[in-house]
Design a protein around this ligand. Sequence first.
Ligand code: BTN
Length: 244
Amino acid sequence: MFLGKNLFFVPECHSTNTLLADLAQKTNPIEGTLLITAKQTKGRGQRGNGWEAEPNQNLTFSFLVKPSFLAVADQFKLTMTVSLAVADYLCDRNLDSVKIKWPNDVMVNGKKISGILIENTLSGSQLQQCVVGIGLNVNQTVFSIESATSMKLITDDEFALDYELNFLLEKLEGRYLQLRAGKFAELERNYLDMLYWKGEEHLFLVGGDTRMGAIEGVDRIGKLKVRMGDETHFFGLKEIQFIK
Ligand code: BTN
């Protein structure tokens, strides 16, 4: 396995994404380099949100990939790859109704169990290196937000973090190799099969208005395709919110 072969553990840090990005800039580590912490004090999420995880209870880590075979316009393929791998892992753990909430929140029974933050460095029109950060709620049972869950809350089991990390890395590496092999159609099909709310009528917030719509899929650059009445619309990350 190339993923995690070069592994750094820090007992505590602000954000594994930030620390790994610093390391990448200073030392140019090999692809697959992984940084994991037991206690992340300023975890970062998408849309400028934070990521909270109790120390020693969860997986909070980042790894480096160098997908120079991907054009910048295709970076959403990496998002699909990583979220699918986390979803695969949870399915293999026999968790029910695992879904991916666009673009890359992993949900179980309608609650968020994992968040992913991918930060890219570009080289012209190609991707140069990407820091992929994953937060997975494992043994934590108390959350400040109602919409979060964990593996323990769902199964009642306590998990060994080291063992789970290895298993998750196998899934991540498998999906990444699929991406590297150019198996885009298969990745997209698998991603769409897991897409939360796909084909169902739901309420969304769009430009301050609530609208009913049904998710149909994603386009090449990862915009969400939603049918609203007779029209089809495409939304970027900050342009739509899921209501109910
Ligand atoms: C989100 O759902 O908004 C994304 C959350 C990503 C959290 C992970 S935890 C490890 C890595 N380091 C960070 O600061 N963030 C990611």
